[in-house]
Write a protein that binds this ligand. Structure first.
Ligand code: FAD
Length: 536
């Protein structure tokens, strides 16, 4: 029998635990590679307007990626293998390397996203022509695509409360199928998130996670391992850009963002934030000490009010199934619900392909509003992205995002609602900017949530957040906004944290009428008593 040689192409699956690519017949020789695709670090046309460019992986995301790769390489070296690193087009690189090591198979994971699927498709074609076997698995979701309903009928019946998994038997037949050549599912997933989650829960079971391999069977080669680029090297193309060309950002804004990310990168190099080891420790720490008392209504999650696992989940340095298993052990049901929510957006992205980038989105019903191009509203666009709209919750969120690449779900929702429903700017500008800024960017979660909160996604309620009322409810002491808005630091009046234009001399004029940022009840309260905070 010919010796099996498998080349493993790592994408957003930067882990050894629960990684099916490392589970093969014992005598298969394994080689692993990660490729920096220039498409992710070099400017590309933005989704929102022709004149602007964007960069898919911004400084914060690149910083975490480097940590995750350093850690994965070390783990592979400890197991007798290595992680090869290259910077080039993945298809050219893999086909060349496959020839060089005489690979009989190339294996990789599905990644939601149109471009990501196109690269996967090109590679499948090239390998088929070369007569090399290819194997594509799905490892990013909680529920495996082979286990969820496959037909419109199955989706429908499994949404019913009366549906009984044990009596159906439909899903058991598919339980052990692993191979999945295309990331597209066979039938349309339900457009409403709640229906999707109920159907998955009723119909499918979460597969048991796989252990990390103790050793990785490999053989010496003449292949150069390659260096992991430094953050400074990866940021070079970005820093060469002209003023305003990247999503309208000024050069000084880009330089500042890179400076902040470089500083954080150094600070985080000890713990290797985003890596597999960091993620597993974070999961245990959070579940043991904080999950039971986390107040998930907070805009401010600084004190462990949420898991902060979005970064390793986006990089694939932690498996959603491992998070699930630990959440079950600690009876943390809300965390499981959030993983299901994540699945909904990933499945939608896998299914919709390039449609998630359309202005009209994937609406439940046609969107009736008007959107302006951010170029036509460049002044307010700049105020929104730099955190100077005058509204503390939105401004704090954007400033936290710039400083860390992260802000809580509540804050992201408010920033998205404000841009699209108050400033009436095309939602895709916001999604492009978040893609560039977020450390935890994930195509499905980012583009899906943006569609959802701008009214062209799967939100049946078409929510419009009133940012002052939201702040009163979710940041009632104003602790969050004072942390990020230094102009509010020395102001004692609590009311000023919600309506600073009334209390802080020289405060910028808010970009929209403040009355639009209050619910009807809060508006009445303000009119009647002249203030919003009860203790003043
Ligand atoms: C406009 C907008 C853009 C977003 N972009 C992204 C993105 O690019 N990447 C990303 O991972 N999340 C995104 N989210 C979802 C959410 O804000 C983050 O996942 C969450 O804030 C991460 O914090 P956490 O890990 O502490 O979450 P927890 O509350 O602890 O939740 C656990 C995990 O569940 C998943 N999750 C939770 N909420 C959502 C959600 N609404 N949608 C999808 N997954 C969810 C995440 O993987 C998260 O790590 C976005 C939300 C909005 C409103």
């Amino acid at each position: 029998m010919t010796k099996q040689i498998r080349l493993i192409w790592h994408r957003r699956d930067l882990r050894l635990h629960d990684n099916v690519l490392y589970h093969q017949q014992d005598d298969t020789i394994l080689y692993s590679i990660f490729i920096f695709d220039p498409a992710f670090t070099e400017p590309r046309p933005s989704t929102v307007c022709r004149e602007w460019q964007t960069v898919w992986m911004g400084p914060h995301a690149l910083s975490a990626l480097i940590h995750a790769l350093q850690s994965l390489r070390l783990s592979l070296r400890e197991r007798g293998s290595d992680l090869w690193i290259r910077s080039s087009d993945p298809v050219e690189c893999i086909t060349k390397l496959a020839r060089q090591v005489k690979a009989t198979q190339v294996a990789w994971h599905v990644e939601p996203g149109w471009y990501e699927e196109q690269v996967s498709r090109r590679l499948r074609l090239a390998l088929t022509q070369m007569g090399i076997e290819w194997i594509v698995y799905t490892g990013c979701t909680l529920y495996h695509p082979d286990d969820v309903p496959q037909t419109a009928h199955e989706w429908k019946i499994s949404q019913s409360r009366k549906y009984k998994k044990e009596t159906s038997g439909m899903q058991r037949v598919r339980q052990h199928s692993q191979r999945n050549g295309s990331s597209l599912l066979q039938s349309q997933v339900p457009p409403i998130m709640g229906n999707f989650r109920t159907a998955c829960r009723n119909f499918a079971s979460v597969r048991r996670s796989l252990p990390a391999p103790v050793t990785v069977n490999t053989e010496p080669t003449t292949v150069e391992p390659g260096e992991i680029p430094t953050l400074a090297q990866l940021l070079e193309p970005l820093l060469l850009q002209q003023d305003g060309s990247i999503l309208g950002l000024r050069r000084d804004q880009i330089e500042q963002l890179c400076k902040v990310a470089m500083k954080r990168h150094e600070e985080d190099s000890g713990c290797q934030r985003g890596s597999e080891l960091w993620a597993l420790e974070r999961l245990n720490f959070f579940l043991q000490h904080h999950a039971a008392t986390a107040d998930r209504s907070r805009a401010d999650v600084e004190l462990n009010h949420s898991s902060k696992l979005s970064l390793p989940l986006a990089l694939g340095s932690i498996s959603p199934r491992v998070v699930y298993e630990q959440a079950v052990l600690h009876s943390c049901s809300w965390l499981i619900s959030h993983l299901e929510m994540r699945d909904f957006f990933l499945y939608t992205a896998m299914q919709a392909g390039s449609k998630i980038y359309r202005k009209e989105g994937l609406p439940m019903r046609a969107y009736k509003g008007e959107w302006f191009s951010p170029r036509d509203r460049s002044e307010v666009w700049d105020k929104w992205l730099s955190g100077t709209t005058g509204f503390p919750l939105v401004d704090a969120g954007m400033r936290e995002l710039i400083a860390t690449g992260y802000c809580s779900n509540r804050v992201r929702q408010n920033c998205a609602s404000f841009l699209t429903k108050d400033l009436e700017i095309d939602w895709r500008a916001g999604a492009d900017l978040f893609q560039f800024m977020l450390e935890d960017h994930c195509v499905g979660a980012n583009w899906g949530n943006w569609m959802y909160f701008s009214g062209v996604g799967s939100d049946p309620k078409n929510r419009h957040f009133r940012s002052i009322s939201q702040a009163l409810r979710y940041d009632p002491t104003g602790a969050y906004v004072t942390r990020w808005i230094h102009e509010l630091k020395d102001i004692d009046a609590k009311e000023a944290r919600f309506r600073p234009w009334e209390h802080v001399s020289g405060w910028r004029i808010p970009v929209v009428n403040p009355a639009t940022q209050l619910t009807w009840d809060d508006s009445r309260k303000l009119n009647e008593q002249g203030y919003l905070c009860d203790n003043e």
